[in-house]
Design a protein around this ligand. Sequence first.
Ligand SMILES: Cc1ncc(COP(=O)(O)O)c(C=O)c1O
Length: 385
Amino acid sequence: MKKDFFKDSKIKYPAYEPWISDADKKIVSKTMEQDMLTLGPQLEKFEQSFSKYTNAKYAIAVSNCTAALHLSLKAIGVSTGDEVIIPDLTFVADANAVLACNAKPIIVDINKNDFFISIQNLKKNITKKTKAIIPVHIYGQVCNIEDILDVAKDNNLRVVEDCAHAVGTFHNSKHVGTIGETGCFSFYPTKNMTTAEGGMVTTNSKKIADSVRQLRSHGMTKSLKDRYSKGYPWIFDIIEPGYNYRLDEIRAALGISQLKRIKKINALRRNAALYYHSKLKNIPGIILPDMVNDKTHSYHLYTIRVTEKFRLSRNQLFKKLKDNGVRTTVYWMPVHEYTAYRKFAKSSSTKNTKSMYNEILSLPLFPTITKNHQNKVINIIKSCK
Ligand SMILES: Cc1ncc(COP(=O)(O)O)c(C=O)c1O
């Protein structure tokens, strides 16, 4: 077991540990010897293998998932004055990506008994300015995407899927991120697969793919390869100014290697999740995540709900686990509670997220977690009954 990253000597059981294999190290070190360290063969190969894995026609790698969200929204035409609906229970990246387009995020409450956006509230928040919805496959579970697609169709709205937690999440045999117009993936260290920092846009639309590819590299109308193989390298146009959201070769190489063993990674996560499930069932006041028979889940996070019927509150249980050397955390504070976003939520539509927020706690879950580690977590929770 590694030492606690934050140097807390009391912590013996981290919430997460990265899994970098010998094969990962080998490919990274080999890539560092390449002549070209960005926009080269590793990037192309990573994109091809991600597109094959998800069965998306196009996969465009970017520097992180927030960039993927930003470019997806730009590519579907979100701009000044538009509104984009996001759930209250998500990471602030969704709100930030909307704001980066000079548009307005509209924060909508979740359902009372699951983690997904409330369809009733979603409908209430649609205005003439609404352009798109960002459904989130939170914790690795497919969200209520069918209902969202119906609402989108009825109201002529675009759908950008937030798949940050969802490499390996399927819906009716389709990988998520191929259902809406784009899917946005994160390869941040804690995610199912990592490139340290990194992200991917998937889409079946050539128009969107071309736009994302241009915008990730300043808006240049010619690829690096084309510039150097045909004509004059410095001659290219910029029609729409873009960004530097490129994923370098070293990270892309790590992505190739991680993606090769994603099935194994997710199977280990699944085993660990099912072990929690079998040991934590029937504890009064603890609601377990709905993932036992769900073969479509990526098992990104194992998030329990600590309800009023449990002897301790969620915060007390967090503290008890921490005092006993176990790190856990909460994903996340509702978006509407941050100073910067408060103005984007109507108070009437944050009730369910507020009460869910007081209950959720994500237990340690990563592919190399040991039974000893999980038993420690399980025994502490059981001792609080
Ligand atoms: C649901 C969700 N969306 C988006 C992001 C942003 O991902 P990234 O850090 O790769 O920009 C995260 C990151 O944690 C996330 O959890």
